[in-house]
Each structure stands twice: as structure tokens, then as C-alpha cells.
Design a protein around this ligand. Sequence first.
Ligand SMILES: NC(=O)c1ccc[n+]([C@@H]2O[C@H](COP(=O)([O-])OP(=O)(O)OC[C@H]3O[C@@H](n4cnc5c(N)ncnc54)[C@H](O)[C@@H]3O)[C@@H](O)[C@H]2O)c1
Length: 368
Amino acid sequence: MTRTVVLAGASGYGATYLREIEELEARGLVRLVGLCDLRPLDADARFAGRPFDTRLDRLLAATRPDVAIVATPIHTHLPLSRQVLEAGCHLLLEKPPAPSAAEWRTIRTLARDNALSCQVGFQSLGSGARTRLAELIAAGGLGEIRGIGCYGAWSRDTSYYQRAVWAGRRELDGVPVADGALTNPFAHAVATALALDGSTGWNDITALETELLRVRDIQVDDTSCLRLRTRNDTVITVAVTLAARTPEEPVVVVHGSRGRAELHYTRDLLVLDGRPEQYGRTSPLVNLLAHLDDGTALQSDIDACGAFTRVLEHVNTSPAPRLIDERWLTREGEGPSARVHIPGVEQAVRASAENLATFAELAAPWAV
Ligand SMILES: NC(=O)c1ccc[n+]([C@@H]2O[C@H](COP(=O)([O-])OP(=O)(O)OC[C@H]3O[C@@H](n4cnc5c(N)ncnc54)[C@H](O)[C@@H]3O)[C@@H](O)[C@H]2O)c1
């Protein structure tokens, strides 16, 4: 069945959706009936000629799509989601779903009250590697789970923070944004670890602590460690940085009494006791289309973002992230390509995941 779709937010991450929509149109699965953005599309854009509007509510009224995709800045998610759900369209909403718990609850209620589906764009949850690992854990294949540790070490230059007014912000003009490392760039790590433990509800977290640090003049954390305990008594840690000298893709490590699993969630790769297994993935949009067609379960339902949102709310309302002293940092490049590094941070995030420990417990000198 061909579903009609509109996309709000056509550049930035929205470009990924445009590529996917082009592919799905060729397979007859969707038809893009409109685009919404504050900025005009490039003249040579593939979808030039399709209905375009700077206002989503007007575009929805004119096109009446089955599905609307919202891939706009985080602080616009609630107002645009409201327009989508009140227009009677199913929603694919980019992650994080909302910059506060109150806004997440409102979107969830709007979807429920209007009997519409709302998928959140946590694409790591559609990975075959994640599904296989979750099944293995549930079947006891790794024995008793001692804990889940995630680590991530990326590097972002100054242009990353200059690309949009909301980048690196906790709030903008009085509304929450929540663009910290844990809540946005590494949001998948948090959501994936919680999902592997089957702890996706708000009340599934019983204890929560964070160490929030930064190397830049921003409002949010760029180097952070989160440790929480779930109702299953699983300890989960997530230690991440955007100030690595040697970036590497993030990994979720599951420590079991009878085995160890590493989920490389950006690469759909599962390593079980050292043996690699490669998988494919189902995108959030394709999964939503299957859900609408035959009731296939949503891989990232807005309802299942409770525990993630609890982490987000905690991070975004904690005392402001602490600036790491200059003596622990090195700098490279100038202007938009300038980078800041914390020598040794790559080892620290790995050690956190291995030992389920915080930076302070590991005595990382820049953290204490
Ligand atoms: N799933 C992922 O891996 C992934 C990766 C990157 C970003 N994201 C998410 O995608 C979303 C967008 O991020 P981005 O970096 O592309 O943002 P961005 O600032 O580049 O904005 C994306 C587009 O939205 C448009 N826009 C802004 N406000 C709008 C409005 N009110 N109505 C219509 N269009 C509007 C902008 O003009 C821009 O073209 C965020 O939620 C972000 O967290 C997800």
C-alpha cells in the first residue's frame, strides 16, 4: 500500500529522510505529498515541484497525508507534533522526542487521544543486532546480567556548535532544548541500553546519577557519565565525550555471568565473546509503515520513551555542567574547524563501561 507522507525539516538530518523517501517512492511504498521548512529548498533538490510550505499546519490541511515526519530542532517537536496529531496524521518524530518530560507526556497523550501512532527516530532500535541481543538476554544466553556499560568517543569542531542557534543549548528563549551529549548525540546509547534491559518506562529507573562536564563555552555537557539502576536491578552506565582525539563508534557492552556481548549500534554489529555477527536494520519509517499495514510492533513507540525521557529531564535540570580546567585540554585548528581534546578520555569512557564506574570513581584527573 502506498502511504502519503509530508516531511517537516528538509535539510540537516531531514536530508536522510529525503534519500529514504526517494528509495521508498521507487518501491511504491510512499508518496511525498509535501515538504515544510522555514528555508526554501535548493533549486536542484530532487523534490522541487512538490508542494512546499513554511507552515506545517497549512501544508497538512492542504495535503492530508497519512504520515508526517518531524525532523526539526528539538524545541519545535511539541508544537509541530501537536499540529500533526490534531490533523489526524500518524507521526514519525525525530529523537529525542521532546526536550522535557512535560512535553513528552503531552505528545504521548495527543497520540493516544487521537488513536494515532507515534514512532520516535531511534534508528538503533531497528537494528537486527539489537533484536538478536535482546532475545539472547531474555533467553538467558548470557547468564545473569551484571550490568550494561556504554561508551562513545566522538569529536566535534566549532562549526558543529555554530550550525544552528539551538546547538549546545539547554534552553533557548526560555524553552528547554536539551542538546547535551547524553540527551542528543549519544541519545541512542541511552535508549538502546534501556531497551536491552526491557526498562523503557518512566518508573523502570530506581536510581540515577550523572557527572556532567564540558570543554567548551556551551550550556550543555559534552563529556558525561550517567549511571542508573533499573527495576531489574541492572546497573547501566553511559560514558561519552565529544572531545576525543581518536574518535571511535560507540559500543554497548553487556556483561553477563556466562558471556559478554558488544553491540556496535551504529554499525549493526554484534560481537559475542569475540565473535562478530553482522546484521541489517529496519528504519523507523519502514517499521512505521509495516505497523500501519499489519500491526507490526513499533520499534520505538513514544510510549516506550519514558525511561529515556526521565534521564533527559534529570540531565537537563541538573546543576550546569562543569567546565574542565584548561590544563587537562589540548587544542587543534582554528575558526570553525577548531577542536578541543581531553587526552586520555577514550580510555576513561571505555573503563567506565568495563567497570560500570563513573569518571570520578576512575579518578580521571579532569573529572575530580
Ligand atoms: N536519528 C539521528 O541519528 C539524528 C541525527 C541528527 C539529528 N537528529 C535529530 O533531527 C532533528 C533535526 O536536527 P538537525 O540538526 O537536522 O536540525 P537543523 O537545525 O539543521 O534543522 C533541520 C531543518 O528544520 C528546519 N526547521 C527549523 N524549524 C522549523 C519549523 N518550525 N518548521 C519547519 N522547519 C523547521 C530548518 O530550517 C532545517 O532545514 C533533531 O531532533 C535532531 O536531534 C537525529
